[in-house]
Design a binder for this molecule. Structure first.
Ligand SMILES: [Fe+2]
Length: 334
């Protein structure tokens, strides 16, 4: 494998994966354009509220369909007003007159989409699986909070490497979670946490407002290609029994830009306004963004191309498995 960063947009294997592209609430009766792996798609909803995604390109003269409008649940191209229904079928070409027989080539390929956790997930090719399952989303005792999305000027590989890494906490996050944290990272083993995530478990003791020790049992894991889940279970102290799940999602817009969103599930603090609960996590994200946007290029997946130490074990394993996923490209190319 090359020591250069892999070209994500050239990978066919990555096109079979799922990516967060929008907040579900942001897609209604106006076309919404999104970009994944360098390719633009347009989203809209039909009259029943069904979500539809197609390439953002009219088959007629390649005009961006996102510049058009939604009429009667159909997407209308801004150039010659060709009209496409929820199946991607072209149902009207004005220049041919009403009732004209339209060849199949006038229709659009409809992409696979899912609405999960308040997010729109899109697979830009033929999916080999489903987006990661967060079981707490089906548990009525948990409240889900969506943070909205941001564009970071950094490769998605750099983001996931960062989300796998706790060794930067005392330095990059000195203003938030890193304050007073021991820089020494205890050894850990990477294991299959459950059917969906690979990572490690650890225990952290912190003091609550009353000075009482709270023991937190935590796990951090990845789901290929670019999703991280961090679970916190409070085992003792004033928060005993509280659980928190954090899902971090990076979507490669192209090689150098990524969409970042996170979702939090909590079985506590239900009366605290969402924005108050998000503020701290947003501040942590801003610290990471500031650091990562200074790093040029994507992360080489060949682990020998960068130097890693014991505390990088999760990232090293994620990179090894992502490289394995991308090997499918090499196998097909030979
Ligand atoms: Fe960080």
């Amino acid at each position: 494998m090359s020591s250069e960063a892999v070209k994500l947009c050239k990978s066919r294997a990555l096109r079979s994966e799922w990516y967060v592209v929008a907040d579900a609430a942001d897609v209604a009766d106006v076309p919404v354009t999104v970009k994944v792996l360098g390719v633009s798609f347009v989203l809209w909803r039909d009259l029943e509220g069904k979500l539809i995604a197609v390439f953002d390109r009219c088959p007629h003269r390649h005009a961006p369909l996102s510049g058009g409008v939604v009429r009667d649940g159909c997407l209308v191209c801004p150039y010659h007003f060709w009209k496409f229904d929820a199946e991607g079928t072209c149902v009207n070409v004005p220049s041919l007159g009403a009732g004209a027989r339209l060849p199949a080539s006038t229709s659009l390929a409809v992409m696979q989409v899912r609405e999960l956790y308040g997010l729109v997930w899109l697979c830009p090719g033929v999916p080999t699986g489903e987006p990661p399952r967060i079981v707490e989303d089906d548990d009525a005792s948990f409240r889900r909070i969506n943070a909205g999305k941001e564009v970071w000027k950094v490769a998605a590989t750099r983001m996931i490497d960062n989300f796998c890494d706790v060794a930067h906490f005392p330095f990059v996050h000195a203003g938030t979670i890193g304050d007073g944290v021991d820089p020494v990272v205890a050894p850990f083993n990477v294991v299959q946490l459950d059917a969906e995530f690979v990572g490690y478990e650890y225990t952290v003791d912190v003091l609550d407002e009353a000075g009482e020790t709270i023991r937190q049992r935590m796990s951090t894991g990845f789901h290929l290609p670019f999703t991280i889940r961090s679970n916190t279970h409070y085992e003792s102290g004033s928060r005993e029994g509280d659980d928190r799940v954090l899902l971090l999602c990076a979507t490669p817009i192209d090689e150098a830009n990524s969409l970042f969103t996170f979702v939090v599930w909590r079985n506590h603090d239900h009366d605290v306004p969402a924005e108050d609960l998000l503020a701290f996590d947003r501040a942590i994200g801003a610290e990471d963004k500031l650091m990562l946007e200074q790093i040029e290029g994507g992360l080489p997946l060949d682990n020998s191309a960068t130097v890693s130490v014991r505390s990088d074990r999760l990232s090293v394993e994620w990179r090894r498995r992502l490289a394995g996923l991308l090997d499918a490209d090499r196998v097909r190319d030979t």
